[in-house]
Design a protein around this ligand. Structure first.
Ligand SMILES: Nc1nc2c(ncn2[C@@H]2O[C@H](COP(=O)(O)OP(=O)(O)OP(=O)(O)O)[C@@H](O)[C@H]2O)c(=O)[nH]1
Ligand SMILES: [Mg+2]
Length: 404
């Protein structure tokens, strides 16, 4: 499983306690204080390592702490420092404060390192407090405590180009064909579940282009449809986006609709992606209807379109040449970033609500005042009912009358 986000709880080491000790040696009476200082606590260090693929280690083991410093010792010996904890992370890892959401560090180059949490300083031993007026001090200081923090590690893959397209458009097929990466490809949607980075080699120029194959994007991805759109973070750093469009419309969609929806989803994700330079690749040109659709597509979409087929390799060499120019060429050769147009959302229908006439406040007051009257009238009613059916007490006289 590819993990590109992990929450970690880190703690640097505490400093060691200072030592109280006095020199005791034969023939040296009252040798004086010789308690050493405590050692420094270990730091939490992040190290950018290209051999790390993702953040899986941190997902399963989020609590990490560095070693504490050792307390000082007699004979003026300082305690050893706590060992630093070095956490290797893949290139492109961002460190975000979990509480404030602030970006604290970003590691992009192999070998780059950052001290995230410093270890506590060691305490002072009693030898530091000797003076002419206090020649046998018993005073020491404790080591400083280590720092703790909760962070989010977010991996944003580093690649030159990012492939954007509907599921089954042929992104993984293109990656398989051009690079040594082997992402799974199959005729069902969402075959690719996480980012795969491949390297396109250009032997003539001894150059290379890093290509990121990401999962498919569908309409409503910003509302978490399909695989959502969080994986788009992996192409945020790309210099160029390559739209892969199924020009044959093999899933009964129109290629120009696919293009419009992809653009819209990118805009809804972030303006950064919406304004990235891009080229369009029309894939599956070997299938019928593709050529016909391409003519219509070019009428509707004015950007540069490169027709290819991952089956027949048709147009692939032309694509590679244009890709090199677009990524590594002179600024004049590179495609211009699009202007961010306002996202056109369908207008909401006006909801006509029934007008409810409110009673004037004065009437409400009256009604409140009349409330006790009502209670009285209820009481009166119940009293009247009681009057209608009075209970006759049976006395001796009445009993005699009834017997007669
Ligand atoms: N006929 C034809 N089929 C193609 C071409 N390119 C890809 N396919 C087929 O399209 C299907 C999907 O290809 P994938 O490369 O897995 O597509 P994907 O864009 O990576 O798809 P997800 O990973 O699901 O987003 C596979 O069955 C491929 O064989 C092409 O140029 N021509
Ligand atoms: Mg794929």
């Amino acid at each position: 499983m590819f993990i590109d986000e992990a929450k970690v709880i880190l703690k640097s080491g505490a400093g060691g306690q200072g030592c109280v000790s006095f020199r005791r040696e034969k023939f040296i009476p009252k040798g004086g204080p010789d308690g050493g200082n405590g050692g420094k606590g270990g730091d939490i260090v992040l190290l950018c390592d290209r051999n790390e693929g993702d953040l899986q280690n941190y997902r399963w083991q989020p609590h990490r702490s560095a070693r504490n410093g050792t307390p000082g010792m007699g004979r003026q010996c300082a305690g050893p420092n706590g060992e630093d904890l070095i956490l290797p992370v893949p290139p492109g890892t961002q460190v975000v404060d979990d509480v404030s959401g602030r970006l604290l560090a970003e590691l992009t180059e192999h070998g780059e390192s950052v001290i995230l949490l410093a270890g506590g300083k060691g305490g002072l031993g009693n030898m530091n407090f000797k003076s002419s007026v206090n020649q046998a001090p018993r005073r020491t200081t404790p080591g400083y405590p280590g720092e703790t923090g909760t962070y989010r590690f977010v991996l944003k893959t580093i690649a030159d180009i990012g492939l954007v397209g509907y599921p089954n458009a042929g992104k993984s097929s293109l990656t398989n064909m051009l690079t040594a990466a082997r992402p799974k490809m199959a005729p069902y949607p969402f075959t690719t579940l996480h980012v795969n980075v491949g390297v396109i080699e250009y032997p003539e120029t001894h150059g290379r282009i890093f290509m990121a194959d990401i999962p498919g994007l569908i309409e409503g991805a910003h509302e978490n449809r399909g695989l959502g759109h969080q994986f788009l973070r992996h192409i945020e750093r790309c210099t160029l986006l390559v739209f892969i469009i199924d020009m044959a419309g093999s899933e009964n969609r129109k290629p120009w609709d696919d293009h419009r929806i992809l653009e819209r989803e990118l805009r809804l994700y972030s303006p950064v992606l919406a304004t990235k330079p891009r080229i369009i690749v029309a894939n599956k040109m070997d299938l019928p209807k593709a050529a016909e659709n391409l003519i219509l597509f070019k009428q509707k979409v004015k950007d540069m379109v490169i027709p290819i087929s991952c089956y027949t390799r048709e147009g692939v060499d032309e694509f590679l040449a244009k890709l090199w120019k677009a990524v590594k060429g002179s600024p004049a050769d590179r495609p211009k970033p699009p202007v961010l147009a306002a996202i056109t959302e369908p207008k909401k229908k006006k909801v006509v609500r029934a007008v409810v006439k409110k009673k004037p406040a004065a009437k409400k007051l009256k009604a409140k005042k009349s409330a006790p009257k009502k209670l009285i009238s209820k009481k009166a009613k119940s009293a009247a009912k009681k009057v209608v059916r009075p209970k006759v007490k049976s006395t001796k006289a009445t009993k005699k009358k009834s017997k007669r």
